[in-house]
Design a protein around this ligand. Sequence first.
Ligand code: SF4
Length: 150
Amino acid sequence: MRCLAQAGQEFRLTPWRSLVLPLTLTDAPAVIASGLSKAGFILDPDAALMAIAACSGAPACDRASRPSQEDARNFAVSLPPPPYEKPLLHVSGCAKGCAHPRAAPITLVAREGRYDVVLRYTATAPPDHLGLTVADAQTFLTKFFKTKGI
Ligand code: SF4
């Protein structure tokens, strides 16, 4: 926001952790696009991260067992190419499921530093697979999206 303010760029905040700018990114001055990118905003509407719902996770939330947003960025490479049913993947720091209370094709629920996997339901549902390491969860996602053809 400091970058936008310094550039004199009008913007709106949304309740969905996003900003609305009254211009297209192709028309945006490089300093704005670069500032937003450095701040972690997703600028490409077809980016795989747009198909992932992730809560604030650790360290922002005391209940979180994993840094769900950081993990989500790593898991994004396992998603199939766009277009996406949104979200394809829900990464939750605990079973509360704040980021996406509805069903997703895959929900990863952090517990004691690992991930339980819920298929086609919500974070509160009984898991289909228990206690995957981040590396194992990554492998699971790659196989799931490759074989199920979502
Ligand atoms: S789902 Fe759990 S870890 Fe994530 S923000 Fe909600 S309470 Fe915190």
